[in-house]
Design a protein around this ligand. Structure first.
Ligand code: DOR
Ligand code: ZN
Length: 425
């Protein structure tokens, strides 16, 4: 194993220092370190962060390997500065058995670019009718701790209650896609002034807020852990704020796109901006940013949702919802929050690692800690060119935008997965 001496690096925004990486761990942190056997990386001007952790990634394998594979998605993640991702269960077949979650977990190990932690489905086939084999998935080699029907809401309150009760035994989490299905039938975009003008069926904010309100009450009643996926409205923030003030065991995520883009993007009728939940208003964005800064929303999660060209480059009404996220998330965070490195480390690495129970991730570089980290050049700006992305899909909403920040290197347990901004394998 090669040793690496990273010199003159700002660890999470601190004064420049050296890091020695050897045998998979951070061997030393200090001034003027030397190691004859180490490859030196001059990191002057770069910031080291604990490797980013994504709680919400769609890798599409098994079933839609034309859109993404575990390997291509892992490469996109590494290039985005991630060292661990949680793979959503809405694959084909659905990840609702020990067999499928073990397959995804094994493919992640084989790719070896990030740690791939499978999320298990809550209900069989995501159909919302019967609980999946949560215990068998938890006991499998994949060690599933997060369960989600993401893409679908667990709408039946009785099933949701039973799921929360079931995972309590092993401190598992139910990650809810909060969307009251009767309120969003036929919905194409956020319900508001723009949808009225365009004549598209709206997805009202209350469809999200009503489910979050119900679920925090259920989680409180059961005493179990709830995680709310892709929070998108100001009203949801208020529900979460109250629940947290009461001590409910709830965590929440927001996506980069919900922090930056508004429903006005739909005026282009470009389906790259179609996503579920939909892009909301400037007032929602302001509330989400504030909530993330305060900690009412705990983390940024990408909801990286690759889609093949034929599923995306078609009429708005027929296009699948979802956008790429892994390769641009840190740049969006920098764009929105500026160089608030501690906030970025907290919301994109430490807290998601804690929620997912990923030991060895989300830890700031310190002697003895697994060397899962990323080096960012905050001064760089880059033009987003979809054809140059590592994802097998091209549905980035940031095409031809110039974004701040560039991932220079990523290390997974001391081995580089990205060097000089390029994937190592
Ligand atoms: O936009 C979305 N795309 N939202 C989801 O909940 C699912 C995801 C997907 O799987 O494409
Ligand atoms: Zn979702």
């Amino acid at each position: 194993m090669t040793a690496y001496l990273i010199t003159n690096v700002s660890v999470v925004g601190g004064e420049p220092i050296d890091l020695l990486i050897r045998d998979g761990v951070v061997a030393a942190v200090g001034d003027g370190l030397a190691a004859d056997d180490a490859t030196v990386i001059d990191a002057t001007g770069l910031v080291a962060l604990p490797g980013l952790v994504d709680l919400h990634t769609h890798l599409r394998e098994p079933g839609r390997e034309d859109a993404e594979t575990v390997e291509s998605g892992s490469r996109a993640a590494a290039l985005g500065g991630y060292t661990a991702v949680c793979a959503m269960a809405n694959t084909s077949p659905v990840a609702d058995t020990a067999g499928v979650v073990e397959q995804v977990w094994r493919l992640g190990r084989e790719a070896g670019l990030v740690d791939v932690q499978p999320i298990g489905a809550v209900t069989v086939g995501l159909a919302g009718e019967r609980l999946a084999e949560l215990g068998a998935m938890a006991d499998s080699a994949a060690g599933v701790r997060i369960f989600s029907d993401d893409g679908h809401c667990v709408a039946d309150p009785r099933l949701m209650r039973r799921a929360l009760e079931y995972v309590k035994a092993f401190d598992g989490v139910i990650a809810q896609h909060a969307e009251e299905p009767r309120l969003t039938e036929g919905a194409q975009m956020h319900e508001g002034e723009v949808s009225t003008r365009l004549g598209l069926t709206g997805w009202p904010a209350v469809a999200e807020e009503a489910i979050i309100a119900r679920d925090v009450l259920l989680a409180e009643h059961v005493g179990s852990r709830l995680h709310v996926c892709h929070v998108s409205t100001a009203g949801s923030v208020e529900v979460l704020r109250q629940a947290k003030a009461r001590g409910v065991r709830v965590t929440a995520e927001v996506t980069p796109h919900h922090l930056l883009l508004t429903d006005a993007k739909a005026e282009s009728y470009d389906p790259v901006f179609k996503v579920n939940p939909p892009l909301r208003t400037a007032a929602d964005i302001a509330a989400l940013r504030e909530a993330l800064a305060e900690g009412v929303i705990d983390i940024i999660a990408t909801d990286h949702a690759p889609h093949a060209v034929e599923d995306k480059e078609c009429e708005w009404a027929y296009a699948r919802p979802g956008m790429l996220g892994l390769e641009t998330a840190l740049s969006i965070a920098l764009d929105v929050f500026g160089p608030r490195w501690d906030l970025i480390a907290e919301r994109m690495s430490r807290t998601p690692a804690r929620i997912a129970g990923l030991a060895g991730h989300g830890l700031d570089p310190a002697p003895g800690v697994p060397a899962n980290l990323t080096l960012v050049d905050p001064a760089a700006r880059r033009l987003i060119e979809p054809a140059e992305m590592a994802s097998r899909s091209r549905n980035t909403p940031y095409a031809r935008m110039t974004l701040p920040g560039r991932i220079v290197a990523t290390f997974l347990r001391g081995e580089p997965t990205v060097l000089d901004g390029k994937a190592v394998k």
